[in-house]
Design a binder for this molecule. Sequence first.
Ligand SMILES: *[C@@H]1O[C@H](CO)[C@@H](O)[C@H](O)[C@H]1NC(C)=O
Ligand SMILES: *[C@@H]1O[C@H](CO)[C@@H](O)[C@H](O)[C@H]1NC(C)=O
Ligand SMILES: *[C@@H]1O[C@H](CO)[C@@H](O)[C@H](O)[C@H]1NC(C)=O
Ligand SMILES: *[C@@H]1O[C@H](CO)[C@@H](O)[C@H](O)[C@H]1NC(C)=O
Length: 665
Amino acid sequence: MVPVSTKISPLLEVVTPIPQEDRKRQADLKEVPAIVASALILLALATSILAWALTEVESPGEVTSGEDQTEPVVPDMEMAEPSKGVSEGVTERTYSGVLLASGHATSTEYVWSNVMLVWQRTVFHFQPEKNWMNDPNGPLYHKGWYHIFYQWNPEGAAWGNKISWGHAVDSKDLLHWYHLPWAMYPDQPYDLNGVWTGSATTLPDGKLAMLYTGETEDELVQDQCLADPVNPTDPLLVDWVKYSVNPVIYPPPGIGVKDFRDPTTACRSPAGNDTRLITIGSKLGKTGISLVYETTNFTTFKLLYGVLHAVPGTGMWECVDLYPVSTKSVIVITQENGLDTSVHGLGVKHVLKTSFDDDKHDYYALGTYDLQADTFVPDDPDLDVGIGLRLDYGKYYAARTFYNQNKQRRILWGWIGETDLEAVDPMKGWASLQAIPRSIVFDKKTGTNVLQRPEEEVESWSTRSKTFHDISFEPGSVVPIHVTGATQLDITASFEVDETLLETTSESHDAGYDCSNSGGAGTRGSLGPFGLLVVADEKLSELTPVYLYVAKGGEGKAKAHLCTYQTRSSMASGVEKDVYGSAVPVLDGENYSARILTDHSIVESFAQAGRTSVRSRDYPTKDIYGAARSFFFNNATEASVRASLKAWQTKSFIRPYPFIPDPKS
Ligand SMILES: *[C@@H]1O[C@H](CO)[C@@H](O)[C@H](O)[C@H]1NC(C)=O
Ligand SMILES: *[C@@H]1O[C@H](CO)[C@@H](O)[C@H](O)[C@H]1NC(C)=O
Ligand SMILES: *[C@@H]1O[C@H](CO)[C@@H](O)[C@H](O)[C@H]1NC(C)=O
Ligand SMILES: *[C@@H]1O[C@H](CO)[C@@H](O)[C@H](O)[C@H]1NC(C)=O
């Protein structure tokens, strides 16, 4: 994913503060006309005094002219620069220039202590050792090792400079990553402005190929390029070489040169067993589209007529992901399985996921991939990409899946950015993390969505656990969950609510409930909200409620929502405080259920076995380290809730860096 506009955001001009020194100079300038006026009254000395007055003000080195005021002379203090990413649309965070790199701030900005900033770093989420990270790239499983590549700035904690491909490997549990040297760096005419997002494909001869987007430095043309591992027999794939005839694809006529990026993993075409298809996101006017290319040798790519799919009004599509999911009931295979990218036919649906550059959210639709026409047809036009479902209802973007052929699972990675002020990133020395990997399967019960679950390996990340079985909580109660290490937990909870109350309650039908606009955890209904207060302190001066809200929907049936309420999550200013969430289907006979993982500054929540998920960032000032607590709460007015809960404390993992493991070990 990448910038859209190279224009300087007008917002930046508005917020760029005038340093104190210059404010003083501006005041001095206002006095100039007065001085001039009095000079004119003294006729005898008119010309000489005027000259003198101006010279006095214009003493050497002083700034006086109107034009020069836009270029303030910065005094001793060092200003934190807004990153190129903000002006070019990579991050939607507003930049406040008032926070200084030295950690000093004006009265309106929160001053973070080093201890607080250190706490924000996660212990079981994937993060590079330092600097800026964004999209996951080319994930794959190769000779016993998981590989993750990612957009990385080798030079700092902001997007920009020389965006490269960082690289890490893990052979065990998707937790114990080893950081390897970067895999690719912008050093060729076709990618001097950045080695951007791409994906991995295993070719018919077993060779691995990385197809990525490069951007040229002068014209900012987005082109598609190839790279191969230097030594394909090396399980760690440490060294990569760019293809000699790059770029292999230029933007076709009619497509903006800056609107052409993020190629997908290739799938086999029915046209012949060596023919592969890839798709690349773009836009035509305000219509988001995905172009399809065909290739037989991964050198020459032919643009096919028409588009894979188009949705008017959705803008630029980035990071398109197209993959099959199995709709078959599991008969032979004991575990629900993912599918290889090239599987087609009966018992298969396709997921089309695109990342919307305009609003920085990931949307998906279920449908059919028509192999003859090379088009995607959504099952339900009312749930088309961008109209229907999101992969996540919180902070989450640029997701990408890969198929683990060893475990027959499709695994999803996704980028989680920061939601505090951008100027804080250089103080932390890093920005962004990857969401924990999740497996993706079709939800056979609803038939209308996918299920996203923390990958099986995540179970092995836990140490001690505490179980609470079948406890009843009265309306309005807040009960502490006594578990140590509340900054890093994996919690599963199941809730049972007496829904017969829906028949007797005076509450009117509330089909219009939505997490973001319905007032948060303080809005009490007869059956909710109930859930957990995480990253909270003893006195609840800071807390993040993650809850289910059960409203009376159409036909008097319950309608559930999973919400995360950030409004009270931090006493600091400059931190995003949204209410995130979405409706979640709960079927007859199911309890309400949630899984919540907290890891310092991130909360990941799933409801109903992964039908809906919400990620949010948390920047508390009090409930950090040993002060962090968790609570159960029931803020319903009528219903008591019976709950069972298991809370695991998760492992911390300090990553060795730089360190190249022995591939044989
Ligand atoms: C694939 O192509 C090879 C040679 O190009 C041929 O021998 C083989 O039968 C083909 N396989 C299928 C399934 O079409
Ligand atoms: C790849 O295939 C195309 C046509 O299918 C052909 O024109 C081109 O020469 C081939 N390139 C290589 C390197 O074999
Ligand atoms: C429950 O609702 C009350 C009333 O709106 C509110 O004051 C309180 O903060 C809510 N509890 C939680 C944990 O949000
Ligand atoms: C529903 O939750 C209750 C209370 O925790 C529990 O006793 C029951 O076994 C759960 N039922 C199912 C189907 O999970």
